[in-house]
Design a protein around this ligand. Structure first.
Ligand code: AMP
Length: 215
């Protein structure tokens, strides 16, 4: 199964990807997670990427294409992968097509999660992640049993720097300008499958599984 999850920040790509990882035993390839790891490790690439991420802008195509190209060649991607947050621009989509063609692989589907902008802002502002295991929570929709503490590992919950309201607005703008054209790109390739991302998490997952079963 080789999938792309497409959708604006807060659409639920990470949440859906985590469930698909369990079900199909294939890795989630999240460029956002990989970039945040590089920022934490303070690699030269991470330090450069942070400047863009803090502003809500996209990191350069060259950098993310390089990361994904390397990641898709790892043995655990052999039987499939779920791309989450990549591609985000047409040049990234072109580079992905080229990489997959070199690897002799084809995408199975591009699942596009549709969510209204107001709901996205509400989701992102309340989003919290665990420093220990990375599990996601939401202060209103999926709160932890104890405020600020992860139910799974007891780790500390934190808010991403770019989930502050001013940065969120910028990320939405960037999404509309640079990423929305990919819907047409993949529609023309016959790969685009739309899902109503406003539905509850379990229902969205059912819609996604229905699409995958029908492939
Ligand atoms: P995400 O966790 O997917 O929302 O990504 C967080 C931030 O990482 C984005 O706002 C961008 O600054 C950067 N980023 C993640 N994926 C990409 C990508 N495919 N292209 C460019 N920048 C990216």
């Amino acid at each position: 199964m080789k999938l792309i999850l497409l959708g604006p920040p807060g659409a639920g790509k990470g949440t859906q990807a985590a469930q698909l990882v369990e079900r199909f035993s294939i890795p989630q390839v999240s460029t956002g997670d990989m970039l945040r790891a590089a920022v934490r490790e303070q690699t030269p690439m991470g330090l450069k990427a942070k400047e863009f991420m803090d502003k809500g802008a996209l990191v350069t195509d060259e950098v993310v294409i390089g990361i994904v190209r390397e990641r898709l060649q790892q043995p655990d991607c052999e039987s499939g992968f779920i791309l989450d947050g990549f591609p985000r621009t047409v040049p990234q989509a072109d580079a992905l097509a080229e990489t997959l063609s070199v690897l002799g692989k084809d995408l199975d589907a591009v699942i596009s999660l549709h969510v209204e902008t107001d709901a996205l802002v509400e989701r992102l502002v309340g989003r919290r992640s665990c420093r220990g295991c990375g599990r996601g929570f939401h202060i209103s929709f999926d709160p932890p049993a104890k405020e600020g503490v992860c139910d799974s590992c007891g780790g500390e919950l934190f808010q991403r720097d770019d989930d502050k309201e001013e940065t969120i607005r910028k990320r939405m703008e960037v999404y509309h300008q640079q990423t929305v054209p990919l819907e047409n790109y993949y529609r023309q390739a016959g790969l685009l499958k739309a899902v109503d991302g406003m539905a509850p998490i379990a229902e969205v997952q059912q819609q996604v599984l229905g699409i995958l079963q029908a492939l």
